[in-house]
Write a protein that binds this ligand. Structure first.
Ligand code: AMP
Length: 533
């Protein structure tokens, strides 16, 4: 052995942040408007107190500790503290339906659940159905009947806790997929996978984080680990800014007050931020780079950011990929490109960082060419990609380690990956595939359009034809034929939606994606006017 084989542990990561970035701030804007300030040094110390408190409550290695919480400094402490005592932190998405919450908490067998006061109604509705949970603990309020308090537990500890003996392959985190079909599935993260992912995420072509970065992760801590941002920030000692509410006005104010340079969120959040900025004339402050992912970012959104001088990382990933899979980045010939070409490049989902390998395959699992035309099922593998779902009997990969993502993509000759659809969202017209994502993205650029969703409906000749549901911006009237006119030179002729329907709103999943399954269900018997005529 010629080099030290020190394991890659989250405890080393938080110790590093506490030691090297002691005074770098962690800010929380709470629901009542109060702002509290901590720093990486205190988070490191508090994480040891938290680990001690868990131990005092009888928790041990491998136990699942749940959180039903928004983004805040106490939640951050619980992440590092749980990992430090050898536990597995299960971030629960409070926006799931009750039956899904019951399913995942029982499947995980969470022994404790830390709760924000605002989610007490969820606990009260469900606690009788959650036999594994020994205590509910309020993160942000004093103890009361049926609830302990985080502050009381912390006050009893002095921070002298010695981290558990850990192996880098020990489990430390658990997230459930949103489960668009069947029951949600648990993805277990390990110390090693999360550390490598964190080091990767700071790279210039991924999120471009440094010590001077001020990061506002709007993406919730229960959505694929807030895309890994709270770990990545610790590697470089970036300042973290949290908000427990996801209201555009609050977030815009916070961005200005705290000098936010980096932020990460799903497209629907950015749409709300734009609407607020348009209404108030507010600008982007010091914002330098945004990460947009979770669903495809419309070209018009990317263009708007880039015109304002904000660098966009359009990221593709999944709960199963920790979640960074690819980011749309600036290639070497960026400076030789026109602005439109630059927007085109960033609009695609981009290239994998070192560690992630990608390929596309056909229905017989034959690898397809990277020609920018042929589309196929996207598969990936790497040290932070899932091997096996929690409690599953078999691997989620094939024998060579390839994980089938359920996405359909093309890979361009320059290695840039472009998602064309979820396999089950593709619209199949006359044996050819229409990308619902491309239709939606084009439509969102049309004047007055806030949000759009394309689904296939039955057609006797073509099997399916696309219809487009459009939500207009507040106070604006949108004419369906104008949307079709707008699309005419932006999509292939045969992709033109047969009908554009104006609707008040679209259903969303618990992580803010358009809930296509429900739209397909709602419109499964839809009669196209051209057929019924
Ligand atoms: P989740 O595990 O809930 O984060 O969902 C992962 C899925 O979201 C992926 O498999 C994609 O279908 C979709 N997704 C994530 N990022 C993007 C993106 N940038 N463009 C298109 N789809 C995306």
């Amino acid at each position: 052995m010629t080099m030290q084989g020190r394991p890659l542990l989250i405890t080393d990561l938080i110790d590093h942040a506490a030691r090297e970035h002691f005074g770098r701030e962690i800010v929380t804007r709470w629901t009542d408007g109060r702002v509290s300030r901590s720093n990486w040094g205190e988070v490191g110390h508090d994480a040891r107190r938290f680990a001690a408190a868990l131990t005092r409550l009888g928790m041990g290695k491998g136990d699942r500790i749940g959180t039903l919480a928004m983004n805040h400094g106490h939640h951050l402490v619980s992440w590092y503290g749980t990992a430090g005592m050898g536990g597995i932190l299960h971030t629960i998405n409070p926006r799931l339906f009750d039956d899904q919450l019951v399913y995942i908490i029982n499947h995980a067998e969470d022994r404790l659940i830390f709760v924000d006061e605002t989610f007490i109604p969820i606990v009260e509705r469900l606690r009788d159905q959650l036999p594994s949970v020994e205590h509910f603990i309020l993160f942000d309020a004093p103890a009361r009947d049926g609830y302990l308090s985080y502050q009381d537990l912390m006050d009893a500890e002095d921070g002298s806790f010695i981290w558990a003996e850990l192996d880098e392959r020990d489990p430390m985190g658990l997230c459930y997929t949103s489960g668009t079909t069947g029951n949600p599935k648990g993805v277990i993260y390990e110390h090693r996978s999360n550390v490598i992912h964190a080091i990767t995420e700071i790279q210039p072509d991924v999120f471009d984080l440094a010590n001077r970065s001020v990061v506002l992760p709007i993406v919730p801590m229960f959505h694929a680990n807030s895309w890994g941002v709270p770990y990545a920030a610790a590697t470089v000692g970036a300042k973290l800014v949290f908000s427990t509410v996801n209201d555009a006005a609050v977030l815009c104010d916070l961005m200005h007050q705290e000098g936010v340079t980096h932020s990460a969120a799903v497209p629907t959040v950015w749409l709300a931020m734009f609407a607020h900025m348009d209404a108030t004339g507010m600008d982007y402050g010091k914002l330098k780079r945004v990460l947009i992912g979770g669903s495809a970012a419309p070209r018009s959104m990317i263009e708007r950011f880039m015109r304002a001088g904000v660098d966009v990382g359009h990221a593709w990933g999944m709960t199963e990929t920790s979640p960074v899979g690819t980011t749309g980045k600036r290639p070497w010939n960026w400076d030789e490109m026109s602005f439109d070409e630059q927007v085109d490049v960033v609009s695609r989902q981009g290239c994998p960082p070192f560690g992630v390998m990608l390929r596309i395959v056909d229905d017989e699992d034959q690898v397809l060419p990277r020609d920018g035309v042929t589309s196929g099922r996207l598969q990936c593998r790497g040290p932070w990609i899932i091997q096996r779902y929690f409690r599953a009997d078999e691997d989620a990969t094939d024998e060579d380690g390839w994980f089938d993502t359920g996405d359909v993509a093309v890979i361009h000759p320059d290695g840039v990956m472009q998602i064309t659809d979820r396999a089950k969202d593709v619209i199949k017209s006359g044996g050819e595939w229409i990308s619902s994502i491309e239709l939606e993205n084009a439509a969102v650029g049309a004047p007055g359009v806030q949000e759009a969703a394309a689904v296939g409906v039955f057609h006797p000749k073509w099997d399916e034809r696309p219809i487009l549901l459009v939500v207009p911006k507040a106070g604006v009237t949108v004419d369906p034929t104008q949307v079709q006119d707008y699309l005419r030179d932006k999509i292939a002729k045969w992709w033109m939606p047969d009908e554009v329907l104006i609707v008040d709103s679209l259903p969303h999943t618990a992580t803010g994606k358009i809930l296509k399954r429900q739209i397909r269900d709602d419109y499964k018997d839809y009669q196209l006017k051209s057929i019924s005529a």
